[in-house]
Write a protein that binds this ligand. Structure first.
Ligand code: BTN
Length: 306
């Protein structure tokens, strides 16, 4: 009976929030199996078999759910996590209809991009959660560099090519006082479409891999590469190898050594030279009067090189 309900609901092209709501009380194993079955059949470009063919990981992406259209892979991944999805499970969509960016912004997700969320269960205290965002930035940047572009990371987690944003990361965690229950790391990478397809206000600040290389690169191959890069750094994260992550981040950083403006959610603004990053992922800046300040979050804008 439950399988029939799932099958019926999954016939719909769009996995809506309403649908997820209806599935809340369905048995966990049946739900995960049925969703995976559905995911296997329905996508056009992002193909489970093609990702698997190039996949060299031990556990990240060994469980993959690829959907043609989802409102937000992060929201769906959260739901799957609440149903017991394992560490390293990947949720991927060809198109997202209500994707979320940082600071409550919307995120455009047309066909041709990589829109992917990972369910992570690192068994660490909540204080360690923010470092995974920096680690993910490193994995994205290294993946793009291996494809031939000069990718850099702007604090905290935008990946840029020649100063234009090509990728963004949205991390969401669920935790008790002492332990992370799960982290959802959502990654958006602009691959095989033109910037002109996006909202005009993004035309001057965003780029795509296709624009940078002047050719298309198969998204499935890039996903396999990214999952391997991610697993390598995620293993370091889980074993507490913070310095390795920060060391890689510093090398790839487009922020350290620059004069920056940090705009905080409640309106405060700091200006200073970015001189470092600490193990919580905070940016350390030196202000004009020599004062050293620790930036926990905020929108970073680079004003000049040193
Ligand atoms: C940012 O604002 O820079 C973060 C953008 C994160 C977008 C990705 S796409 C996959 C995942 N699903 C979402 O709804 N958001 C993230």
């Amino acid at each position: 009976m439950e399988r029939e309900i799932i099958a019926l609901l999954l016939e719909q092209e769009v996995i809506s929030e309403d649908m997820v709501d209806k599935l809340k009380n369905v048995d966990k194993d049946k739900l995960l199996d049925s969703l995976k079955e559905f995911a296997l059949k329905n996508t056009e470009q992002i193909k489970y078999e093609d990702i698997r063919r190039g996949l060299k990981t031990n556990y990240v992406g060994q469980n993959i759910y690829c959907f043609p259209k989802v409102f937000s892979t992060n929201t769906l991944a959260k739901f799957l996590a609440s149903k017991g999805a394992e560490d390293g499970t990947a949720v991927i969509a060809e198109v997202q209809t209500k994707a979320r960016g940082r600071s409550g912004k919307k995120w455009e997700s047309p066909k041709g991009g990589i829109w992917l969320s990972l369910v992570l269960r690192p068994n660490l205290p909540p204080s360690k959660a923010s470092l995974i965002t920096l680690a993910t930035g490193v994995a994205v940047a290294k993946t793009l560099i291996s494809l031939g572009v000069d990718a850099k990371i702007k604090w905290p987690n935008d990946v840029l090519v020649k100063g234009k944003k090509i990728s963004g990361i949205l991390t969401e965690a669920s935790a008790t006082l002492n332990e992370i229950d799960y982290i959802i790391v959502g990654v958006g990478i602009d691959i095989n479409f033109k910037v002109k397809e996006l909202d005009p206000e993004l035309h001057d600040t965003v780029t795509t891999l296709n624009e940078e290389l002047g050719k298309s690169v198969n998204e499935n191959d890039i996903i396999s590469l990214f999952l391997k890069e991610f697993e390598d750094i995620y293993d370091n994260y889980k074993s507490g190898n913070v310095e390795d992550i920060l060391g890689q981040w510093r090398i790839l950083s487009d922020t350290i050594g620059k004069y920056v403006e940090i705009r905080h959610p409640l309106g405060k603004v700091n200006y200073g030279y970015a001189i470092g990053i600490n193990k919580e992922g905070c940016l350390i800046i030196e202000e004009a009067d020599g004062q050293i300040e620790k930036m926990i979050s905020g929108e970073c804008r680079t004003l000049s090189g040193r």
